[in-house]
Structure formats: C-alpha cells, structure tokens
Design a protein around this ligand. Structure first.
Ligand code: HEM
Length: 401
C-alpha cells in the first residue's frame, strides 16, 4: 500500500513538474497563459547546443524544487487584480522619463535576491532595532529605492497591505529588462517581505569588482547557479553605468605592480585613461586579488547620492542597438574590453569562456538563458505563506502589535 501511495505521489510530482512551465511554439510560459500581449522568451528554432532540451527539463524540475509551492501565477488576481498592471505602468513611465531606472532596478534585484533570497531586505532603512543592508559597502552605490517606494505607495492606495515589496521588486526588474531591450520571462508571485536585514552577509557575500573567477563561481554556486547561469546573468552588465573607482586599479596599478592589467586591450585602456585620470585614491588590491583579501572599502567611494568620479556607460551608447542587450557585453569580453576585473574573469576559465563565446555569437541563446536565470534568481529563497510580512512602506518593517 505504502509503495502504491509513493508511486502515486511521484507520478503527481512529475505531472506538475512538466505542467507548470510549458514550451509552446518556441515560447516559455506557465501552463496558464501569460497576461497581455507581451513578447515572451523566443527560443531558437534549433539550438546549437545539444543539451538544450535537457537543460529545459532540468530548469523545470529545479525551479519546482527550489521555489515554494506557495508562489502562484497571478497570485493577486483576486486580492489586487490591477497590481501587475500598476507596476508595469509605473516602471514604463519612470523609464520614459529616465532610462537609467532600468539598470538600477536590475542591480537592486540582484543585490536583494543574492543575499538571503528575494525578500526585499535590501530596501529596509536603519532604525533603532535594525542595521540596514543598504549600509553594506557593495550596496552603497545602489539606486532605484525611490522607484520601488513610489510604485508601492500607488499600490497601497488601491489595495492596502496586499502586495509585497519583494514582488514589486521582481516584477519591476522584469519590466526594466524588457524596457532595456532584454527578454520577457514569466514570474509567479506571492513573495513576502523579511522583517530583518543582512548587512554583514551582504558585506561578506556580494562579490567584489576584483573577484576572481573561483570566487565568483563559488558564490553563485552555493546559491545553485552553475557556470552557464552565472555567465548569463552577467549579461546585465551590458546596460547602466560603472564608476572609475571599480576598475581604476586595472589602468594604473594592477595587483600592486604599478602597471596596468596585461589582460586589458591596449587601445581600450588608453580610452579609459582619458575618462578615468589617475587618482591617488584608486583601489590597489595588492597581490592577493579576491574578496577574502580585498577590503570591503573596494566598493566604497561611490554612493547612490552620486560620486564625483567618472561614470562609464556600460552600453556604450547602446552599441549595436537594443537587440544587442547582453550580446554586446560578451563581444567586448572577447576583445579584452571587460571593464571590471570580475567581468574579464569570465574569459579566464574554459567552462565560463565557452559561454561567453556562445552568447557573443548567439543572441537568441543568450536571451533564453538570461530569462531562465533571471527567473531562477527571482525565485531564490523566497518567503511565502506564513513567513515574513507584507510591508506597507518598503523601507520599514511593520510595527509590532
Ligand atoms: C561578480 C558579480 C558582480 C559584481 C562584482 C558586480 C559589480 C558591479 C559594480 C561595481 C557596478 C557599478 C556600480 C556603480 O558604479 O554605480 C555594477 C553595475 C551593475 N550591475 Fe553588477 N556586479 C555583479 C553581478 C551582477 C549581476 C548578476 C547583475 C544582474 C543580474 C548585475 C547587474 C548590474 C547592473 C544592471 C549594473 C548597472 C547599474 C546602474 O547603472 O545603476 N550585476 N555591478
């Protein structure tokens, strides 16, 4: 009897694993149709990588295993039917006025989800009982808090206390990616917000711009991201800005040698030197590159209030147009034109370099992989059901009763 029940449960699990996401005419979607007339993730007719189908079913199983069953497609259908529309509209309007909101939101999502999951902990302000994650040095240059707060306050006017800040953040980041020319991906909702923040973990776990490939893979690996997924997520570095302070050492004093990084293209290095003139405060990581030896202050010097050092456009004036979202980043890496040491590290090892090469030449492959990895990141360690809370203001935990 026990055996029969076990077989039945296994059969049901397999059924659900294959019906949560379906692969319909080249589009990835939930079994229930996605809302609106969005462009879903178009997969190539025929993938150049034989393991693609295998990867697809692995993703399905994996997303089921890691994500809580309490996340649902269109979770706010009854409690706040206009929630997703309000978020989408909010991001679009703000993007039209200021396109830089898109990269800010995507980075904000990464920094939230990477540290103890997508629970909006990064949005919390410090108060007498809480040390804010925003104060961790990698987070001091984050932007987009005001965007999330303004969308959340609009939601509070319509359905008070219903839509979590964690859901607002993942949905806003998805819209931001779409606005910036990236792919659409389906997301389930029902995340809840944490009542705590994780400053020390953020300080310790977010990789430094000088991180080695070993450190990068280890940090992503412990969160369940393999080489392919890790490399695909870096495609987000094809939009937005980075400041001179995060790569200046590569121009003037790489690894304490007093010389530039030999892995940097010579012409590109000269170009960068004109934009980032030598400053005595440039970080010089010494000989032991890697976060264990890199002081947290390597992230310092730039705050969301805007540092006065140069900001370099990661899109290079939208090089190649919006359809080159992601792809242009990998092409530049292939030319030794990665800005941060951590970026160029992706070409430093065969297992990652092969994906850099693949994404540089196959836009559709990148778009599909990036969409899958962003889905996975957005579902990482979420709080659901009775866990956490739904804040009314994203920067403050609910007062205790
Ligand atoms: C080893 C991993 C990573 C490191 C060390 C890193 C580091 C950085 C740094 C230093 C900046 C520049 C910030 C500034 O100058 O204001 C930046 C920008 C950015 N990062 Fe990352 N990053 C990593 C991975 C990721 C991932 C996985 C994503 C998204 C999935 C991401 C998305 C972005 C975006 C969109 C920007 C532009 C932000 C803006 O313009 O406001 N990064 N990153």
């Amino acid at each position: 009897m026990r055996f029969l029940i076990a077989c039945f449960v296994i059969a049901l699990s397999v059924y659900f694993a294959f019906h949560r996401l379906e692969y319909d005419n080249g589009f990835i979607r939930f079994a229930k149709r996605s809302p609106g007339n969005r462009t879903a993730v178009k997969a190539p007719e025929k993938s150049p990588f034989e393991e693609d189908d295998l990867m697809m079913s692995w993703y399905m199983e994996d997303s089921d295993r890691h994500q809580s069953y309490s996340l649902h497609y269109d979770y706010y259908q009854d409690s706040c039917p206009t929630a997703e529309r309000i978020i989408t509209k909010g991001v679009r309007e703000l993007y039209d006025a200021k396109p830089s909101v898109a990269p800010s939101l995507i980075r904000l999502l990464f920094h939230d989800c990477f540290i103890e999951g997508c629970d909006a902990s990064v949005l919390l302000d410090a108060d007498e009982s809480l040390t804010s994650e925003k104060e961790a040095s990698p987070n001091q240059s984050l932007k987009g808090f005001d965007v999330i707060e303004s969308i959340k306050s609009e939601l509070e006017n319509v359905c008070p206390g219903v839509v979590s800040c964690a859901d607002v953040l993942v949905l806003a980041a998805r819209e931001a990616i779409l606005m910036a020319g990236g792919p659409f991906y389906p997301l389930e909702t029902g995340r809840r917000d944490s009542a705590v923040a994780f400053k020390e973990i953020a300080e310790r776990e977010l990789p430094s711009p000088q991180a080695t490939i070993s450190v990068i893979l280890a940090r992503f690996g412990t969160r369940g991201f393999n080489e392919r997924e890790t490399v695909s997520l870096f495609g987000a570095h094809s939009i937005g800005v980075t400041h001179c302070t995060f790569f200046e050492d590569r121009l003037y004093n790489f690894s304490g040698t007093g010389k530039p990084d030999p892995e940097l293209d010579t012409g590109f290095k000269q170009e960068l030197k004109t934009k980032c003139p030598f400053s005595a405060s440039a970080p010089s990581p010494g000989t032991g590159i890697g976060p264990s030896t890199i002081p947290a202050s390597d992230y310092g010097g730039v705050s969301s209030a805007g540092g006065n050092d140069g900001a370099i456009d990661l899109s290079y004036n939208n090089e190649g147009g919006e359809e080159n979202f992601g792809t242009r980043y990998y092409r530049r890496l292939m030319q030794k034109k990665g800005l941060m040491y951590a970026d160029q590290q992706l070409t430093g090892r065969e297992e990652t370099e092969m994906w850099v090469r693949a994404y540089a030449s196959d836009t559709q492959l990148f778009r599909r992989d990036f969409a899958m990895s962003m889905m996975k990141l957005s579902n990482y360690h979420v709080l659901t059901g009775p866990l956490g809370q739904v804040r009314t203001t994203c920067s403050k935990v609910l007062p205790k009763n």
